[in-house]
Design a protein around this ligand. Structure first.
Ligand SMILES: [Zn+2]
Ligand SMILES: [Zn+2]
Length: 310
């Protein structure tokens, strides 16, 4: 493993690249770690707490009730990618000390999933003003081109600007050592893209947010997968998201080893509601890490700090 890292450093001849490889190596401190999932944000479109609302002090005292907009970071030895760039993208990158991104995958163009994208400019800059691959469905990509028209225009771009390299998804694709299978998910009147990750030939992780159901063919594909992340907006039904009972029924069918619920409103009080969930199902929270290797899935609970003090 170390010789591979050294070899890549010699090939690149770049100090920046060497720094990145060292960061990646230290991230692999645990020998059994192969794929790492980090919940950057787990909140619904407004975040939690919402603006201009009073909350009980006990609710605010729990850092797990402070939810930024939904996004995950996925890392292996060779690959670092993010799903969605939320309005808190910059804060999430700083909090998790992310030094490098190989690609951005986008689920759909709602504001809570894309509005931080311009801050990807820093990851272009650290690569020497290189374009950053952005993967999305054709419909989503068209919206990204409309929203970030200045970035998607033909170059040359000034140094330090966001330079997207658009990849329209037409089927499974590969990023580094990860195979990615896209899944179309119904999300009200639009379609959201779910992502399934195959690592070392095995289905490891499915990230299925912003959907009012998971189609049967998708459930059949990912049944018994190691980790699934599901939209579970709130306890009462919603037309464009799964509610808790719908998510739990879907989780039962998928039968993953670990199920995490995300895109959560303030109707969830983390510790209170976590206690009601079946074994193997967790409410995700900002900063939670999950590592996945051949025979082991492990949660790593960070030292939590509240974003908003009251
Ligand atoms: Zn959303
Ligand atoms: Zn949405």
């Amino acid at each position: 493993m170390n010789s591979q890292i050294t070899h890549k450093c010699l090939e690149s001849g770049s100090q920046k690249f060497i720094t990145f490889q060292i960061a990646q190596a230290s991230l692999k401190g645990s020998t059994y770690m192969q794929l790492k999932l980090t919940f950057l944000g787990t909140g619904t479109s407004q975040g939690v707490p919402v603006i201009a609302k009073e909350y009980p002090p006990e609710f605010l005292a729990n850092p797990k009730n402070h939810r930024t907009r939904p996004s995950v970071l996925i890392q292996t030895l060779k690959t670092t990618l993010i799903i969605d760039t939320t309005p808190e993208f910059r804060i999430q990158m700083l909090r998790e000390k992310v030094m490098w991104l190989d690609a951005v995958l986008v689920t759909h163009p709602h504001a809570d999933h894309v509005m931080g994208m311009d801050d990807c400019r820093r990851f272009c800059e650290v690569k020497g003003d290189a374009p950053l691959p952005v993967y999305a469905s054709e419909e989503t990509m068209n919206h990204l081109k409309r929203i970030f028209i200045y970035a998607f225009r033909p170059g040359p771009h000034p140094s330090g600007y966001f330079i997207p390299d658009p990849h329209i998804i037409t089927g499974p694709f590969t990023i580094g050592d990860l195979e990615v299978i896209p899944l179309e998910l119904p999300h009200g009147h639009i379609t959201s893209t779910g992502y399934v990750f195959v690592y070392e030939g095995k289905l490891r992780l499915a990230y299925l947010t912003d959907c009012n159901s998971v189609p049967d063919h998708a459930i059949n594909l990912i049944r018994d997968i190691d980790i699934v992340v599901l939209d579970a907006l709130r306890k009462h039904p919603h037309p464009t998201h799964m509610c808790l009972q719908e998510a739990l029924r879907t989780a039962e069918k998928i039968h993953a080893k670990h199920t995490y619920l995300t895109h959560l409103t303030h109707h969830y009080d983390h510790d209170v509601d976590q206690a009601t969930l079946p074994p193997g199902v967790w409410l995700a929270y900002d900063g939670l890490h999950v590592t996945c290797s051949e025979n082991r899935i492990e949660q790593i609970h960070p030292q939590l700090c509240r974003m908003f003090q009251q």
